[in-house]
Design a protein around this ligand. Structure first.
Ligand SMILES: NC(=O)c1ccc[n+]([C@@H]2O[C@H](COP(=O)([O-])OP(=O)(O)OC[C@H]3O[C@@H](n4cnc5c(N)ncnc54)[C@H](O)[C@@H]3O)[C@@H](O)[C@H]2O)c1
Length: 259
């Protein structure tokens, strides 16, 4: 049995993860953390009945095998540091880290950790597909568009930024410079760039399209998430995988899925 703690347990992803952990016979829901709904039963919040696991706002109480973190960047950095100090393995889905926060995380990690801006299998194959097609489309312009629900805080999405970096790296390996560009207004001619833009509204779970725009044609590669269960299933897979890893370090879903 793998004991699991969830940070952000009162959030959209957190509640779904509580449900997934409670319903999985290999996992035990041991601790839940959030800054809202403190003292409430995690199972009742998630709609799966009483679990007797109550929301705490004190991450220093952490003592589970694996901590799953779906919070906000600032909180995740702190939670990663505490988990590292206590030897608790990590599965981190939080997005929106600044370069500085990433450096802090890389320095702090002393446990095995899967960190991914997107845990869905489809999105991980979407990134792989970009690796496959980009070398054949080096003369094409590349733009990325993402759509998310009205409550998403960070923009562009971590998934879109990773897609842009996958493409940028391939261009760079071929000696071609491409900067990421996050906004355009006024007089803004196209430069050596990959545009990354976000749309926010409604209840869109998450959609990403990469446009390869050439003369006389364009190729669009799209992933659409229809439900957050796609992310939750991947995160649960990552929990089970990381529980069997002893070597500290940052792993990705490529490692979990065996790509
Ligand atoms: N990697 C993936 O596959 C994936 C998928 C969906 C969402 N996300 C990311 O996961 C994060 C959460 O998304 P969401 O839609 O569930 O957001 P949400 O706003 O519904 O939930 C976030 C929760 O974190 C809690 N929180 C904030 N600060 C905290 C702290 N210091 N300690 C403990 N809890 C704290 C909030 O109270 C809230 O309940 C976002 O960064 C989002 O982009 C990643």
């Amino acid at each position: 049995m793998i004991s699991v703690a969830i940070a952000g347990a009162a959030g959209r992803m957190g509640k779904l993860l509580v449900k997934n952990v409670v319903e999985d016979e290999d996992l035990e829901l041991k601790q839940v953390f959030d800054i809202t709904r403190v003292g409430e039963d995690a199972g009742e919040i998630a709609g799966v009945g009483k679990t007797d696991v109550k929301i705490s706002d004190n991450i220093n109480e952490l003592n589970s095998d694996v901590l799953i973190d779906f919070t906000i960047a600032e909180a995740a950095v702190k939670n990663i540091k505490v988990a590292s100090e206590k030897g608790v393995k990590l599965v981190v889905g939080t997005t929106g880290f600044s370069d500085e926060q990433w450096k802090e995380i890389e320095t702090a990690i002393k446990v095995p950790a899967v960190i991914s801006p997107n845990f869905s299998i489809g999105v991980n194959l979407f990134w792989k597909t970009l690796e496959f097609v980009t070398p054949y489309l080096l003369s094409y312009d590349v733009e990325i568009l993402e759509l998310h629900h009205r409550f998403k805080r960070d923009a562009p999405s971590g998934t879109a930024i990773k897609a842009a970096n996958v493409i940028k790296k391939i261009f760079e390996e071929k000696g071609i410079k491409r900067e990421l560009r996050f906004e355009r207004s006024g007089i803004s001619p196209r430069g050596d760039e990959i545009g990354v833009f976000g749309i926010r509204g409604g209840d869109v779970v998450g959609e990403h399209t990469v446009f390869f725009l050439g003369d006389g044609e364009r190729l669009e590669i799209t992933h659409r998430a229809g439900s957050r269960q796609a992310f939750a299933s991947g995160a649960i897979k990552a929990v089970k995988w990381i529980a069997g890893v002893d070597e500290p370090g940052i792993y990705t879903m490529d490692n979990v899925l065996g790509f």
